[in-house]
Design a protein around this ligand. Structure first.
Ligand code: S3P
Length: 451
């Protein structure tokens, strides 16, 4: 619940012509890491999870679960491995303190869903960005299940106060295509008497559903046009603890994939990435722009994954349709960064949801790219980038506005500027990628400093 003092780190990237090369295993996937910990906390017995995201968001998840009385033990040598000893569906204890989600919208939304159906009183809040994130999209449908939830502006904003109570299953529509909303409702449905059906009109990442299947939890998924319906029953017994290795995060690899594509002479292999539905749409868009990305898929285990071999490419602009956006929601700033180097125009349609992220990501993306001299425009729900295959970014000073994805896009753009770019409030990259600068140093031969 502290403000983001950790952001006050300034990064300097000394750009030029240095290429990206080598091999990278990106950190564990953030979305899957949150869910692995939350599902483990509802199991009966011990779960061992390896390769967790080491970012602050996922640390907030295991701290929050510990505050609910779940025994979460981090490996003393490998901090990305944890053991969770849980006591089943009714294993949480009522906390005596406010629960801190830090900067994590996923944690706030998913745990609002879980705690709605668990006996006790719970208050959830986080940092200065979390208290601006819209909650009514989760709170309103949960109230339809009978949840007792309040918050600022009658439950629209955190702090969110939950009086866990008996829920009753129902058919629910998600108001916006959002995996966080869908997941909150599915998780609440597992505690609701009878059957809960969650309908999404456009498909979003399906990690919660992957866990239902993996843990053998009774559910049904029916595709409906561009969306799907997920039906769950009240769980009568807790799943057994599990052993799971988390695949690498494609949304974190995306920054360096962007760096490779825009820098002549670059070639990098990204290993063991999650490549399932809802996360790989940005790769299709990049291929449409002419990106040379080969893939080698591994045999499917719990998750669909594989390696990507990426080479510098001559890119051309493209149009991104509104119905593609939920599948690449986190990669819009990076795609816009890459589009600056493509010949012709790239237009993103229907991206208004970006205004509800860690920052107003339409404004912060436009401001960041303009600082580098790019030609970008937004009319509120769309974004237009007039690219240039000879684009040479200006050195500049740029603000991250405490948004990890804006900070990392700026760092990638800065590698192509001839001289020093200063990125203010760079410490926010820790939210999802605490080793970002180390991984950059592994792949990129240019210089970076932090102060
Ligand atoms: C996430 C879903 C996305 C994404 C976020 C993680 C998840 O949010 O932006 O970084 O883990 O479910 P929305 O589904 O709300 O768009």
């Amino acid at each position: 619940m502290q403000d983001q003092t950790y952001d006050r780190v300034r990064a300097v990237v000394r750009g030029g012509t240095a290429p990206f090369s080598g091999e990278l295993i990106s950190p564990g996937d953030k979305s899957i890491s949150h869910r692995a910990l939350i599902f483990a906390s509802l199991c009966n017995g011990t779960s061992k999870i390896t390769g967790l995201s080491s970012g602050r968001d996922v640390k907030a998840t295991y701290k929050l679960l510990s505050a609910l009385g779940v025994d979460v033990v981090r490996d003393s040598v490998d901090s990305t491995s944890v053991t969770v000893n849980a006591k089943g569906l009714r294993g949480y204890k009522e906390p005596s303190r406010i629960l801190d989600v830090d900067n994590s919208g996923t944690l706030l939304r998913l745990m609002t869903g879980v705690l709605s159906g668990v006996d006790g009183h719970f208050v959830l809040t986080g940092d200065s960005s979390i208290v601006k994130r819209p909650m009514m999209r989760v709170v309103a449908p949960l109230r339809e299940l009978g949840a007792t939830i309040d918050g600022r502006e009658y439950g629209a904003l955190a702090p969110i106060a939950i009086r866990g109570t008996a829920l009753k299953g129902k058919e629910l529509d998600t108001q916006v295509p959002s995996a966080q909303v869908k997941s909150a409702l599915i998780l609440a449905g597992l505690f609701a008497e009878g059957t809960t059906l969650v309908r999404e009109r456009i498909r979003t990442r399906s990690h919660t559903e992957e866990f239902l299947a993996y843990l053998g939890i009774d559910h049904k998924i029916e595709p409906k046009d561009e969306g799907r319906e997920i039906t769950v029953q009240q769980m009568s017994s807790a799943p057994k603890g599990f052993k799971l290795s988390i695949p690498s995060d494609p949304s974190q690899a995306a920054f360096f994939i962007g760096g490779v594509l825009i820098t002549p002479g670059s070639e990098v292999t990204f290993k063991q990435l999650y490549l399932g539905e809802g996360r790989d749409a940005y790769i299709s868009v990049l291929r449409r722009m002419g990106a040379r990305i080969d893939e080698c898929r591994s045999d499917m285990d719990v998750f669909s994954k594989g390696d990507l071999m990426v080479k510098y490419s001559k890119l051309r602009g493209t149009e991104i349709r509104a119905n593609e956006v939920p599948g690449l929601i986190d990669e819009v700033p990076l795609l816009a960064t890459v589009a600056c180097f493509a010949s012709g125009t790239t237009v993103f349609h229907g991206i208004e949801e970006l205004r509800t992220k860690e920052s107003d990501r339409i404004s912060t993306t436009v401001e960041m790219l303009e600082r580098f001299g790019a030609r970008v425009r937004s009319d509120g729900s769309s974004l237009r980038v007039d690219g240039d295959s000879e684009f040479s970014p200006k050195t500049c000073s740029v603000q991250s506005y405490g948004d990890h994805r804006i900070a990392m896009c700026a760092a990638i753009m800065a590698t192509r500027a001839k001289g020093d770019t200063v990125i203010e409030d760079f410490g926010c990259v820790e939210t999802s990628y605490d080793n970002f600068m180390e991984d950059m140093a592994t792949l990129w031969s240019g210089e970076t400093f932090t102060a």
